[in-house]
Write a protein that binds this ligand. Structure first.
Ligand SMILES: [Zn+2]
Length: 279
């Protein structure tokens, strides 16, 4: 069995400036000043015999940063099909253009999901203004991977860099969205701290909602979520690292130490993601 990391950020496309949030993230996660390139990323995943779902985030309206093009993600997937699967990103605040880009990315570029970040993109997922985007994802049958809970970007800076955490609160925003789009698969990315109880409730209540365990070193995953991941949520929880901020090597090492039921491990590491991705 090959593990599937559902949450990996593609290295910035050579030639475009880095995101404004990157220097702060590098400090917070104690990373090297020089980020890995795609070849180094491939090597990392081959060493641990894992596949990675790669994507970027288009938050141009909110941040002014140029996004990595979805074509670059698709090209990288086709360069390393044994290691990568890709999701597209669109900026929901671009309106009709976002819906069209989602359709093009799935139909023409063969990307298999949509990555969104309500905090960086500055939108509430259950705002009816964005219904056409989520209806399109539902119609295309692709999952939406959506940041939830606390954001590292902007942390410990004046005004948190202008980013507002409330956009990423599970109830009501994810819960309402899931209720209105029962055929849309939604993956709440990360532990939704400080709303982990809400996150567990939504994943238990809505069959179409999942959780990825990315963005936090597994040793910091709260006990409640570990217990549910091995129990009632064993078909709803997924391995995710948040590469490059958390190394998938470290993630897997620490996951092995957690007190999670043995029979839930292959589901979390592989089967649940394989089901969602149709692999
Ligand atoms: Zn992430």
């Amino acid at each position: 069995m090959k593990a599937i990391d559902i949450h990996a950020h593609i290295p910035r496309m050579p030639g475009i400036p880095e995101y404004g949030i990157e220097p702060g993230l590098r400090r917070m996660f104690r990373m090297n000043e020089k980020p890995d390139d795609v070849e180094q990323m491939v090597e990392t995943y081959r060493e641990i015999d894992a596949m990675a779902v790669i994507f970027s985030v288009d938050a141009e309206t909110e941040t002014g940063d140029l996004p990595d093009p979805n074509d670059y993600v698709a090209r990288t997937v086709s360069d390393y099909p044994d290691v990568f699967t890709g999701f597209c990103t669109v900026d929901p605040r671009k309106g009709r253009a976002a819906v069209d880009e989602l359709e093009r990315s799935v139909a023409d570029l063969r990307l298999r999901g949509l990555k969104l970040h309500p905090i960086h993109q500055g939108f509430f997922p259950d705002d009816p203004a964005f219904t056409p985007l989520f209806s399109k994802a539902e119609e295309l049958g692709v999952p939406v991977l959506m940041h939830s809970g606390y954001a590292a970007a902007g942390a410990n800076t004046p005004g948190g860099g202008g980013f507002e955490l409330a956009y990423a609160r599970p109830i009501p925003h994810v819960d309402s969205l899931a209720a209105r789009h029962p055929d849309l698969t939604i993956i709440m990315a990360h532990l939704a701290w400080p709303w982990i109880q809400e996150q567990i409730a939504v994943a238990l209540h809505k069959q179409n909602v999942f959780i990825d365990l990315s963005g936090w070193a597994p040793r910091y995953i709260p006990e409640d979520l570990i217990r549910e991941a091995g129990g009632r949520l064993r078909n709803k929880v997924l391995f995710g690292s948040d590469y490059p901020y958390i190394s998938p090597v470290t993630w897997l090492e620490q996951f092995a130490e957690l007190d999670i039921r043995q029979e839930a491990r292959p589901l979390i590491l592989h089967d649940n993601a394989a089901g969602i991705l149709g692999l």
